[in-house]
Ligand binder design. Sequence first.
Ligand SMILES: Cc1cc2nc3c(=O)[nH]c(=O)nc-3n(C[C@H](O)[C@H](O)[C@H](O)COP(=O)(O)OP(=O)(O)OC[C@H]3O[C@@H](n4cnc5c(N)ncnc54)[C@H](O)[C@@H]3O)c2cc1C
Length: 171
Amino acid sequence: MRCTQEQVKAERLTEFRHIAMRVQACRAESVGEVKSALDGKPAVHYTLDRADMERFRAGMYLVAQTHVAAGARAILPSIFGMPYKLLPNEIDKLKDAPLDPRAYVSILSHLFGGCTMGKDPARSVCDGRGRVHGYQGLHIADASAIPSNLGVNPQHTIMAMARLWAQQMLD
Ligand SMILES: Cc1cc2nc3c(=O)[nH]c(=O)nc-3n(C[C@H](O)[C@H](O)[C@H](O)COP(=O)(O)OP(=O)(O)OC[C@H]3O[C@@H](n4cnc5c(N)ncnc54)[C@H](O)[C@@H]3O)c2cc1C
């Protein structure tokens, strides 16, 4: 008897108590853009390039290895184009997983550089103290001033930068 897709999904859900999820954080080097959307609002356009995808795929393999080392009986890669389940002796297949970013479940939560700081007004929005080039009294003190990907969680850096620049405003 053939199972319907709903039956397959229901069957898979019964396994959720035995699932452990780990994520990998990958320091991406790809660059995106902030453009005007059709409704005039700003929209972020960003996709991972091949070099980042190779790092990302290598990270997925490492995560699978940690699961197997911890005794996992199977790996659920959640990568479009890969089998739903890999047995521990099959995880090498992840080395050939697709390099299309759309095949993966991923999030991007650290955006930088929308109003990047720098000396040259032609290549930056504000100077090294957050003062917007050419506008008296207008300051930027948030993640957008950071010129590149920090590679680690940025909140402390952003808060320290905002505090320092606010103090400097009073000088
Ligand atoms: C899911 C998720 C998890 C994260 N986890 C971590 C973590 O664990 N550790 C870490 O360090 N970082 C984490 N970050 C990143 C961190 O939250 C951001 O990098 C940081 O909050 C950016 O600070 P910001 O001041 O630049 O911008 P925001 O915190 O986004 O502040 C911008 C503010 O401007 C306001 N605003 C927008 N438009 C206007 C307008 N037109 N007029 C007036 N106000 C406006 C917004 O309402 C908002 O309050 C995470 C981010 C996400 C999305």
